[in-house]
Design a binder for this molecule. Structure first.
Ligand code: UT7
Length: 354
């Protein structure tokens, strides 16, 4: 049986038929998964000593109980390397066979070189090329699609896709509206071509950016607009600035819209999905989306309680939770979705391969 992939994005300018000709026979599948969170835990109780908040308020408004944060000197590349090594150990993968590395992150170790370059060096895999993708909390979803295209084009046979963020590096721990939400963490998946006729892999995606969102969630200092100076430090421009309510409203609306869009493109509804993994930003956003899709709670993966919002790390971390709790198995239809700074948003349909 010959499989014609459906992997065509909403914004793509090339007609479906031509892409299908280019891509005939090749579909990307996820063959391995690894994660890493730093050992240090910052609980709601700990936060009670830093800002005027309570464990009860945080749990009720966000669903978060604790998050992991790095010790000084640990950067995004270290978390990414931890996730890649975990993947290699669990699935017996020789990382020397990886041909490309894509890192979704908004907390790179430094402005340049890219975190992908630093990961390549630390893993000592000189044969791999790669790059970073900056898409906020959609970083993993956008990176996964990009990696899948490298496989579908026939250019590569093994692509490592990583979501890694050290949010604690840009959080103001005197701002109770943001410091309670974020944690540090990373996850990695390996993409390889599916065998011909094998009914697993990345099926389709819908992605969008809406630049007006930059007014509501941003980190203004340290770029070319406001280069680092005493003034940018004094004015707290190197911290996350967020209008929580605006982000919340947009996320609830957009998460539902993107998931419905990718399902409708493929003639599916929420009932056809075996497992739903949303970006973990706030438990109330996740459950609102699941309710709109009429998704029973047992199909919805929520681990925000243990990790908080790890930006590009949340979806692979939740994939791990799903696999470990037996709610994501070979052949299952997985729906992933994200909304993040930008605004960026995305949803992807995947047939799980292991
Ligand atoms: O990945 C994308 C990134 N971000 C998000 O997805 C975040 C989306 N937004 C949210 O999750 C929520 O908007 C927050 C959790 C940030 C805030 O929750 P909320 O229910 O929207 O609270 P609010 O901003 O409407 O504030 C309600 C009250 C305010 O007090 P007053 O003005 O009513 O007296 C806040 O000052 O809650 C207060 N408040 C807090 N109280 C205790 C805000 N933060 C806290 C806190 N502890 N940590």
């Amino acid at each position: 049986m010959v499989y014609i992939p459906l992997a065509v994005g909403d914004n793509c300018l090339i007609p479906n038929t031509e892409i299908q000709e280019l891509n005939t026979h090749i579909r990307a599948k996820i063959t391995a998964l690894g994660t890493y969170v730093p050992p240090r835990v910052l609980s709601n109780k700990d936060l009670e000593t830093l800002v005027s908040t309570t464990n009860e308020w945080i749990l009720e408004r966000t669903g978060i109980r604790e998050r992991h944060i790095v010790d000084p000197g640990t950067a995004a590349s270290d978390l990414a390397v931890g996730a890649a090594r975990d993947l290699a150990e669990r699935h017996n993968i020789d990382l020397n066979t990886v041909e490309a590395i894509i890192v979704g992150t908004v907390t790179p170790d430094m402005m340049y070189p890219s975190t992908a370059c630093l990961v390549q060096k630390k893993l000592a895999i000189p044969q791999a090329w790669g790059f970073d993708i900056s898409a906020g909390c959609s970083g993993f979803v956008f990176s996964l699609t990009t990696g899948a295209k490298l496989i579908e084009s026939g250019a590569h046979k093994r692509v490592l896709v990583i979501g890694a963020d050290v949010n604690s590096s840009m959080i103001d721990y005197t701002d109770r509206a943001t410091c309670i939400l974020f944690g540090d963490g990373a996850g990695a998946v390996l993409l390889e071509p599916a065998e011909e006729g094998e009914d697993v892999g990345l099926i389709d995606f819908a992605h969008q950016i809406e630049g007006f969102g930059g007014d509501y969630l941003y980190m203004p200092g340290g770029g070319s607009l406001h280069p680092s100076s005493h003034q940018t430090v004094d004015e707290k421009m190197h911290y996350v600035h967020q209008d929580g309510q605006q982000v919340f409203k947009y996320a609830v609306k957009k998460m539902a819209e993107m998931t419905e869009r990718v399902l409708a493109k493929n003639g599916l509804t929420g009932a056809d999905v075996d497992c739903f993994i949303s970006h973990q930003a706030n438990k109330r956003i996740i459950t609102a989306t699941a309710d709109r899709l009429k998704m029973p709670r047992e199909k919805v993966i929520i681990n925000i309680e243990d990790f908080g919002n790890t930006t590009a790390g949340t979806i692979p971390l939740a994939m791990k939770t799903a696999v470990e709790t037996g709610r994501l198995n070979k052949g299952n239809t997985l729906l992933i979705a994200s909304v993040g700074a930008g605004f960026t948003s995305g949803a992807s349909l995947i047939k799980w391969a292991f």
